[in-house]
Structures are given as C-alpha cells and as structure tokens.
Write a protein of this length. Structure first.
Length: 94
C-alpha cells in the first residue's frame, strides 16, 4: 500500500480540483473506484505494481471523462499497459 497523495486534476468542466488517490481494500472483484462526490480514487492493493498502475489509469479515465463507457475505459487501460508496462520494466523504477 502507498501513502495517500493529493493531486490537482483537470475535471471534465475544465476546472482544476484537488483529488486524493489512495489504496484501500475494496469489495471482492473491485480493483478501483472513482468517487466523484469525495474526489477520491481508491485502488485495491495488489502485489503487481504494473497492474495497480493500470487500475489507476482506468480510474483516471473515469475521472477525466465521466460519461465514457466501462468498455472504453478498459480499452484505454489495456492500451496504456501495452505501451508503458514494458517501458517501466526497462526503467526498473519499481
């Protein structure tokens, strides 16, 4: 698990607002949650850092484009992972 971080994100209305990103044990089968009301993104802790980054990207897509379908958010996540996972492994940052 990582310490919560507060970040400024540009919301769909074009206004920058502070959000909190943190790990949190979520119900079975749920890997991430984007809570618009609290401006929080929760990521279920996993041993695979790359998988957690993919979930974070997925939830950021929901934050950025709230009306986007779950299938489209999954495509962005998968495409992001296809490009960045090999790079992250090469960089050996984790």
């Amino acid at each position: 698990m990582f310490q919560p971080i507060r970040v400024k994100l540009l919301e769909a209305d074009g206004v920058e607002k502070t959000w909190t990103v943190k790990t949190k044990k979520l119900r079975r089968g749920t890997l991430g949650v984007c809570d618009y009301d609290k401006r929080e993104i929760h990521i279920h802790p996993q041993p695979d850092t790359i998988a957690m980054l993919g979930v974070l990207v997925h939830e950021l897509v929901h934050e950025s484009v709230p009306d986007l379908s779950e299938e489209a958010a999954l495509r962005v996540e998968r495409n992001w992972l296809a490009v960045f996972a090999p790079l992250v492994e090469q960089w050996d940052v984790f």
